[in-house]
Design a protein around this ligand. Structure first.
Ligand code: ADP
Ligand code: MG
Length: 338
């Protein structure tokens, strides 16, 4: 008899989880991405003890059809791509069909979902298996509650840093979602304290006022421009507001937060000598492009991308920033909700 055997489902899911679910913030990221993909206009995230006790994400999106519920947390099961062409034209944040499968293999998950504003379904999943399924009253949308994260993977639990660090990472991710999806009302609560709340007004400078404070928000300059392939919009802070690292530079491609060395360089080049050595600006920039020009299937966390026609895009970004800084007398009007 041969020695090779296929891994069972639970084990395979746990191995995948190692890549996708690194820490509590990864769970927040995946669940909020699903809520955004479901067309939600309101997304609330509640965490207890930096997500280690629980993470709850509620949305008013499409909900999941009853027959799709078991598939939703199956591995490689997705409603977002169907064929090879789709894989190279991704319009959603998710597409790998792995997040829920991974999360349900390393925590206890309760999913409540309603696709038609009447009857809802509540299921509990443990160790990748559905252990309970009942009907419940619910509004249209989905609520996912993740409890006891990493209870069955003690090594991963040990790797998790202080609650302070983990909560910082969650806040960070939520801030970036709020900046990239200004039309969505986001709320982040940690142990009943509200850490972020946005109005969904669609105004990036308002969101940046919430995230970075009024001092920065008052000194933002809007940028906007396009070439044949790319459209760039965003807000950049005047060069007197610099930071010691690149962390305050947020880059989004089609609404997805990404890290990209070359584009970061293009931004810095735009500021050029206005930045002291070793200092970085505060910016949030979204680039809209045909999804066929960007490959997001590089890494499971989807933060790394490969771009076509990179030089054209770099030039556009650098030019827009240079022009904006030259016409510096513009002061944006800011209204901040209470
Ligand atoms: P992916 O997002 O890559 O498709 P996931 O494992 O994150 O994979 O989710 C699996 C499927 O479950 C999604 O394709 C979607 O159809 C459904 N789903 C998950 N979360 C939600 C949600 N909040 N609202 C509606 N559908 C959802
Ligand atoms: Mg997903």
């Amino acid at each position: 008899m041969g020695k090779i055997q296929e891994l069972d489902r639970q084990l395979a899911n746990k191995i995948a989880a190692g890549e996708v679910v690194e820490r509590p913030a990864s769970v927040v990221k995946e669940l909020v991405e699903n809520a955004i993909d479901a067309g939600a206009t309101e997304i609330t995230v509640k965490v207890k003890e930096a997500g280690l006790v629980s993470i709850g994400v509620t949305d008013n999106g499409s909900g999941i059809l009853e027959e799709d519920i078991p598939l939703a947390f199956g591995r490689h099961a997705t409603s977002k791509i169907h064929n090879n062409h789709d894989l190279f034209h991704i319009r959603t944040l998710g597409f790998r069909g792995e997040a829920l499968a991974s999360i349900t293999s390393v925590s206890r998950v309760t999913l409540k979902t309603c696709a038609d504003n009447a009857v809802g379904h509540l299921v509990k999943i443990e160790n990748s298996d559905m252990i309970e399924k009942t009907l419940t009253r619910a509004k249209k949308g989905t609520e996912v509650l993740v409890e006891d994260l990493f209870y069955n993977t003690p090594a991963r639990l040990k790797y998790v840093k202080s609650l302070h660090t983990e909560l910082g990472k969650i806040t960070d991710i939520m801030n970036r979602f709020a900046m990239s999806h200004t039309h969505i009302r986001f709320k982040l609560e940690s142990d009943d304290k509200v850490l972020l709340q946005t109005t969904g007004s669609g105004r990036l400078n308002e969101v940046m006022a919430q995230v970075y404070g009024m001092t920065i928000a008052r000194d933002l300059i809007a940028i906007n421009g396009q070439t044949g392939d790319y459209e760039v919009t965003g807000e950049i802070a005047r060069p007197e507001h610099t930071r010691a690292n690149r962390h305050y530079m947020s880059l989004f491609i089609n609404g997805r937060y990404i890290k990209n060395f070359v584009l970061t360089k293009a931004i810095l080049e735009g500021y050029h000598t206005l930045l002291p050595i070793g200092r970085y600006p505060v910016v949030a920039i979204d680039i809209k492009m045909d999804p066929g020009l960007v490959d997001v299937n590089v890494h499971p966390t989807k933060q790394e991308v490969r771009l076509s026609k990179e030089p054209e895009l770099m030039e556009l970004i650098t030019r827009l920033i240079k022009e904006a800084l030259l016409g510096q007398s513009l002061i944006p009007e800011i209204t901040v909700p209470k």
